[in-house]
Design a protein around this ligand. Structure first.
Ligand code: IPM
Ligand code: MN
Length: 375
């Protein structure tokens, strides 16, 4: 079976890290480890420059038709002045919304070799394995009204709307609980029910779903601010965290830094399973952004991009073994001391070899190939 992929590299370091994964896909096809057909398209600032929009209708159609979208990153200071509707991020948000990708899985795993690169002490992060499940198509990102009104007296008024309905909370809590079943069977739900009505409903609905449908999952709640604090105090207390779109955005950046670098965190964004085929629409993207400051310098860390592709192999292609081998290849290359600049330890780099984007990409591909061939 051939898997249809759409590669959207985007802006900044997006094209550099995507090139590494593209080379992996070509190798896999050539070696018969998988069968992939891919197309490429523009998104973000790159699409704006070429087509005047953050994502074209043609590219949207291709995304809807693909088994999975592999996404790089969007945005950069170059597009600071473009109209809000066509800013680079609008392309990413449209993909999430129109593909119905409500469940965003952001696993924060601290590879043993990287415990020294974290800004936290080794014992706090070593062995960390937390999964953040972020609601991705609702909340303040999409709620209406969303506007700035001129009050005519020299003042303006800006409104964003945080809105959640019962079904949106139910389905994301179910995803979190299902995933927790395959892990340590613990879920922590985070909201701000002490100040937000949406938090009150979130808490009620989440509690009820967990009680009724998942009696074997240890389910608890934390206010999102306290959750952020606990994530840096003792992150290993968490197994799965389920939270809304905005809190999930912030908490996953915090979690990323625990693992040593923002350059390490992959993500999968999944839709509801199709009632007939059981297939889910899906997009895979690194959690880090376009990093315009280092773009074009060949120093970007491609690991989050590779790890996102590993999630694609697992969730969209049913290639569980290959996914594990790719993750193992990343871990082994790190164990051997290869580092991009962002994951060098704060002190003492003896025994480590600094490599660029291509060097890291090549090493991971070679290791993956030998693991795959050894079977
Ligand atoms: C993320 C990013 C996006 C978000 C931006 C680029 C719109 O920060 O995926 O975490 O806020 O969701
Ligand atoms: Mn973010």
């Amino acid at each position: 079976m051939t898997h249809q992929l759409l590669l959207l590299a985007g802006d900044g370091i997006g094209p550099e890290i995507m090139a590494e994964v593209k080379a992996l896909i070509d190798w896999m096809n050539a070696e018969g480890i998988g069968s992939f057909a891919y197309e490429e398209g523009l998104v973000g600032g790159a699409a704006y420059d070429a087509e005047g929009v953050a994502i074209s209708e043609t590219t949207m159609q291709k995304a809807l038709a693909a088994d999975a979208v592999i996404f790089g990153a969007v945005g950069g200071p170059k597009w600071d002045g473009v109209p809000y509707e066509v800013r680079p991020e609008a392309g990413l948000l449209r993909l999430r919304k129109d593909l119905g990708l409500f469940a965003n899985l952001r696993p924060a795993i601290c590879y043993p070799a990287l415990a020294e690169a974290s800004s936290l002490k080794r014992e706090v992060v070593e062995g960390l394995d937390v999964l953040i499940v972020r609601e991705l198509t609702g909340g303040v990102y999409f709620g209406e009204p969303k506007e700035i009104t001129d009050l005519g007296n020299g003042q303006k008024r800006a409104v964003d709307t945080q809105v959640y309905e019962t079904y949106e909370i139910e389905r994301i809590v179910r995803v979190a609980c299902e995933l927790a079943k395959t892990r340590a069977k613990r879920v922590t739900s985070m909201e701000k029910r002490n100040v937000m009505k949406s938090g009150v409903l979130w808490n009620e609905v989440a509690t009820e779903v967990a009680r009724r449908e998942y009696p074997d999952i240890a389910f608890d709640h934390m206010l999102a601010d306290a959750g952020g604090m606990q994530l840096v105090r003792w992150p290993k207390q968490f197994d799965v965290i389920v939270t809304d779109n905005l809190f999930g955005d912030m908490l996953s950046d915090v979690a990323a830094m625990l693992t040593g670098s923002l350059g390490m965190l992959p993500s999968a964004s999944l839709g509801a399973p199709d009632p007939q085929s059981g297939r889910r629409k899906a997009m895979y993207e690194p959690v880090h952004g376009s990093a315009p400051d280092i773009a074009g310098k060949e120093v970007a860390n491609p690991i989050a991009m590779f790890a996102s592709f590993a999630m694609c192999l697992r969730y969209s292609c049913g290639m569980i073994e290959a996914a594990g081998q790719l993750e193992k290849a990343i871990a082994e290359v790190l164990d051997e001391g290869l580092r991009t600049g962002d994951i060098l330890p704060r002190t003492g780099a003896e025994g480590l070899t600094e490599v660029g984007t291509k060097g890291m990409g090549q090493a991971i591909r070679e290791r993956f190939l030998s693991l795959a061939q050894a079977g």
